[in-house]
Design a protein around this ligand. Structure first.
Ligand SMILES: *Cc1c(COP(=O)(O)O)cnc(C)c1O
Length: 371
């Protein structure tokens, strides 16, 4: 039996009726872009993150780009970005006109290394992009402190951590603003592209409402240059339906992560993911580390297990960012993680017997690869 990395069909069955009736409602009203369901979802997601404002946009990359633009960050400015994130984090910085300056991660949790971030701060640095990697938050207290001491903005990339907490605060509630993605495979996913910015700052929220909509919040008045990056009503119907299940779906992911930890405990040659102190992890990705990664991965995939790698090439070594003149060795922790990580299937609805199968093949593969 094949086991996919992510199976969204289980989630769909839970919300199917609500989604169909919502789609009927939107189609009957022809209220397709920035409609009533968008307003409602924005309020519901803001409440979920415990912040006053949410501005829906077309995708997560736009959310971060427009967020940086709202902070007046652009050409000539630098933004600190961890080297081990999805490339969209860095692309959003480029799209704003600013330059991403990459930094290493620490080796326990693979979250941004705060000391390395501090070392990269220069005259042009304007912001730090704090990426919530795989479902847990970096040390936001330390990053807020660092940003404050150097007069920088802290911006959160919350795309992988819907519902995660650190202390008493949820992902989406940190920094000057937070950009997130509702790409279908995320913990809170739409049925196409979608994204949002959350913030406590009313002026930033107001500016973002203009930026996403041709620079206008009053029809045919355009005080600023804007973009077309809007959330649509059909996606908002899906997001509203899924949001009511998000906490229980995250609990199901945590249960599955706990099962993997039990099944794989003590397996020599397999390093299990760790949760940083103060964090509640929402297990967007369950990434282990192994030696001889390519052989282990191949065995898993040949056995029909949709194991994958997040991410095989750290951003500073991608061809797209070759002009940064980085070389192998610049960020040893990010590079080692990229060579050793394997993401195992995890999603709400994965069964214990599916996980037994994954764990069984993995143990065999690791043994073979080391023998
Ligand atoms: C998915 C993702 C994004 C980009 O979101 P899109 O909606 O695909 O544009 C940005 N950052 C991280 C960390 C992501 O995982």
């Amino acid at each position: 039996m094949k086991i996919p990395l992510v199976d969204l069909s289980w989630q769909h069955r839970e919300i199917e009726r609500e989604v169909r009736s919502g789609f009927d409602r939107v189609m009957a009203s022809s209220d397709f872009v920035l409609g009533t369901d968008v307003d409602e979802f924005e309020q519901e997601f803001a409440k979920f993150c415990d912040v006053p404002f949410c501005v829906g946009v077309a995708n997560g990359t736009d959310a971060i780009e427009l967020g940086l633009r709202a902070l007046c960050i652009g050409p000539g400015d630098e933004v600190i970005v961890p080297a081990n994130t999805f490339i969209a984090s860095a692309l959003a910085v480029v799209r704003s006109g600013a330059k991403p300056v990459f930094v290493d991660c620490e080796s326990d949790f693979h979250l941004i290394d705060v000391k390395n971030a501090e070392a990269q701060i220069g005259d042009r640095t304007r912001a730090i992009l704090a990426v919530d990697l795989f479902g847990q938050l970096p040390d936001m207290g330390a990053l807020e402190n660092l940003a404050k001491r150097h007069g920088l903005s802290l911006v959160e990339d919350a795309a992988q951590a819907h519902g995660a907490t650190q202390g008493i605060r949820r992902a989406g509630a940190f920094g000057a603003l937070s950009g997130t993605s509702f790409y279908p495979g995320k913990n809170l996913g739409a049925y196409g592209d979608a994204g949002a910015v959350t913030t406590r700052d009313p002026d930033l929220a107001h500016h973002l409402r203009k930026l996403r909509n041709y620079g206008s919040d009053v029809k045919y008045q355009h005080p600023v240059i804007g973009f077309n990056s809007r959330l649509d009503s059909l996606q908002s119907v899906v997001l509203r339906a899924k949001l009511t299940h998000l906490s229980s779906w995250n609990a199901a992911r945590a249960e599955a992560a706990g099962r993997y930890a039990e099944m794989l405990a003590g397996t020599s040659g397999v390093a299990l993911p760790k949760v940083a102190p103060g964090n509640e992890h929402v297990w967007h990705i369950y990434a282990i580390r192994v030696q001889a990664r390519s052989r282990v991965l191949e065995t898993l995939q040949r056995a029909g297990i949709g194991a994958s790698v997040h991410y095989p090439i750290p951003i500073h070594l991608t061809q797209a960012f070759a002009d940064g003149n980085h070389r192998r060795g610049d960020f040893p922790n990010a590079e080692a993680a990229a060579e050793e990580m394997i993401s195992l299937p995890i999603f709400p609805g994965i069964t214990a017997s599916q996980q037994e199968q994954v764990a069984g093949v993995l143990k065999r593969a690791v043994e073979e690869a080391s023998g």
